[in-house]
Design a protein around this ligand. Structure first.
Ligand code: TXA
Ligand code: MG
Length: 308
């Protein structure tokens, strides 16, 4: 029997973990005020403790009870509900347990656009800490089935359907009154800049305000990945975008129309699919760096990086 929102809420209220769908990727949730529950998330994922978690809220009131909302943060709140995580100073009375932020003074918060996810948070009545619902370092899941397979059926999942964005949220910190992007994601940096009429800086790699969990090798499929390929080798599976070259081997197209929103939505699910087929090597077409291309290229570069 599939879980209902109430079933999932009861699991989470009881201090256990439960995966749920959002518009970006599936999250592995726990009550963010319960240290024992949050610990189970780190354990299930095999996630290093220094890598803090994003806390999911049902509405702006819940957000404001956890973090200090500056004027600029309030302006950024216009993108909620949506695929944006804001890193803001945590309130002393937030009730969020220390391991959620890995001891940092700032908390990452977001209000998902996915209606069922917000209903779940409301039903629990607590903010939910939720990293992507994959074993640490592996591909993020965009379907309930991928979560079940990823954890060998050991984690309960509230099925929220296929994720519509397909890449994780954009993470923005506010530093000295400036917007700093810590992770490219499903909300394009250029869209934020257009709406707010101000620029969004990229976090320097060695900056103390970068997201601590941004490891070079991440989002890794089992297959090796080769990027910016226009002439794939016959033994490689080819991940194309737009008009594709002749290819004798396996081929998937992220978007035949060359649409980056569609490509982002398909990225992880196609990598999961090729992995499932036991493909050894994947060659990927060049992806433009504009709009959502920034997030797609970020994920592909981490997937292609030497594995540690
Ligand atoms: O779309 C998403 O953001 C998904 C869904 C489930 O909401 N979640 C997600 O979580 O991608 P995760 O754990 O896979 O990635 C969270 C990232 C990590 O790189 C972490 O370092 C960063 O957010 N992060 C979390 N809290 C932070 C903080 N207080 N300061 C800086 N970076 C933080
Ligand atoms: Mg993740």
């Amino acid at each position: 029997m599939p879980l209902s929102v109430e079933d999932a809420a009861a699991i989470l209220r009881g201090g256990d973990i439960c995966a749920f769908g959002t518009e970006t990727v599936y999250g592995l949730g726990a009550d963010a005020t319960n240290a024992d529950a949050v610990l189970k998330v780190y354990q299930a994922k095999g996630r290093p403790r220094f890598n803090p978690l994003i806390v999911h809220c049902s509405d702006v009131e819940m957000v404001a009870s956890l973090v200090e909302m500056s004027d600029l943060a309030t302006q950024m709140a216009q993108f909620w509900p949506g695929p944006l995580s804001l890193v803001l100073p945590m309130r002393r009375d937030s009730g969020i347990c220390d391991i959620v932020t890995a001891g940092l003074p700032n908390l990452a918060v977001r209000i998902p656009a996915h209606k069922q996810a917000r209903e779940l948070i409301k039903a629990v009545g607590k903010p939910l800490a939720a990293p992507s619902a994959n074993p640490s370092g592996k591909l993020s899941p965009t379907t309930a089935d991928q979560v079940i397979k990823g954890f060998g059926g050991k984690v309960p999942v509230l099925d929220g359907g296929d994720c519509t964005s397909g890449v994780e949220s954009t993470i923005i910190a506010i530093h000295d009154g400036e917007l700093v992007q810590l992770r490219a994601g499903a909300l394009a940096r250029s869209d934020i800049e257009k709406k707010l009429g101000r620029s969004v800086r990229l976090a320097a790699h060695d900056s103390p305000i970068s997201a601590p969990g941004m490891l070079a090798s991440h989002y890794a499929p089992n297959a090796t990945i080769r990027l910016n390929v226009t002439a794939p080798k016959p033994e490689e599976a080819y991940l194309a975008l737009g008009a594709a070259p002749q290819h004798k081997g396996r081929m998937c197209n992220l978007s035949e129309a060359g649409d980056l929103t569609e490509a982002a939505q398909n990225l992880f699910s196609m990598l999961h699919m090729l992995d499932g087929e036991g493909v050894d090597a994947i060659a990927v077409a060049p992806i433009p760096g504009t709009g959502l291309g920034e997030a797609i290229n970020d994920r592909l570069q981490r997937a292609a990086a030497p594995r540690g």
